[in-house]
Design a protein around this ligand. Structure first.
Ligand SMILES: [Zn+2]
Ligand SMILES: [Zn+2]
Length: 262
């Protein structure tokens, strides 16, 4: 199987490389498929969302034509459950959940260790496990609200939890895993494909991808499938974590990474 990646950000949102730079790098790497997934505009995340959706869509379509004999290009979007309505048709949608929204206020999870701690303190009186369980309470609606084809970084709430260090909370606690299982089961009613996501690796926060191995087992036991998204924000990290993802997929009984059928 050749290399592919469905989760790619560009200068149209918070990435550092243009779509064309990404395509050229993907061709150089011998990839057969590259999917773009700009952040859909979303309250609480305006600073890292696509500002010019028309331009983004046109640009990716133009690149599809230009490089059609060299690589398969897909025009996707990463849609948060709180994203604004967007009437464009996409080749695929990555469904995601980033910031908790309670009583008219957003509580960020993935910006920095200090900011998530602030969110945990304000919303849950410093109880990070309770915060993570609340996170899963929102994440269970990803497929229903976003109509996605792939569920992204299922446990983004662990971004600053370390690699097994449990800096904020114990990712193997019974209560947390019960909330994860509920979220997986609810999403599975509409979307069976979950992502192994290397976003926290490329940003230097972790050495292991999302989701935690215990969650991979939950997804596998529930009959789910696994695919890959580097969540790359620069051409240099386009395939970061692909080998690890393939290995993890095999180790947890999925056999291989699943491809989108479009
Ligand atoms: Zn995301
Ligand atoms: Zn992303």
């Amino acid at each position: 199987m050749g290399f592919f990646n469905y989760h790619t950000h560009t200068t149209y949102c918070d990435g550092k490389s243009t779509p064309e730079e990404i395509v050229l790098e993907a061709i150089r790497l011998g990839m057969d498929t590259i999917g773009f997934s700009g952040h859909a505009p979303c309250p609480g995340a305006e600073d890292y969302s696509v500002r010019d959706l028309e331009g983004y869509n046109e640009c990716v379509e133009r690149l599809k034509d230009k490089y059609s004999d060299k690589i398969r290009i897909l025009r996707g979007i990463e849609r948060d459950i709180f994203a604004y309505d967007d009437n464009h048709d996409y080749d695929y949608v990555i469904g995601a959940f980033h910031n908790l929204y309670v009583d008219g206020k957003f509580y960020a999870t993935d910006r920095s260790p200090a900011i998530i701690q602030e969110s945990i303190n304000e919303l849950c009186g410093g109880d990070a496990e309770a915060f993570a369980i609340r996170y899963m309470g929102f994440a269970k609606d990803i497929a229903r609200v976003t109509g996605c084809d792939i569920i992204a970084h299922m446990d983004l709430v662990t971004k600053f939890n370390g690699d097994g260090e449990n800096k904020l909370f114990d990712v193997r606690s019974e209560a947390y895993l019960a909330a994860v299982k509920e979220a997986v089961d609810e999403n599975m009613k509409l979307c069976r494909l979950f992502e192994i996501n290397a976003g926290a690796i490329s940003r230097g926060w972790r050495k292991t991808p999302y989701p935690d191995p215990a969650i991979l087992d939950i997804i596998h036991d529930a009959g789910g499938k696994i695919t890959f998204g580097s969540d790359s924000h620069a051409k240099e990290t386009l395939l970061l974590g692909f080998d690890q993802a393939e290995e993890l997929a095999k180790k947890h009984g999925f056999g291989a990474l699943t491809r989108l059928v479009i």
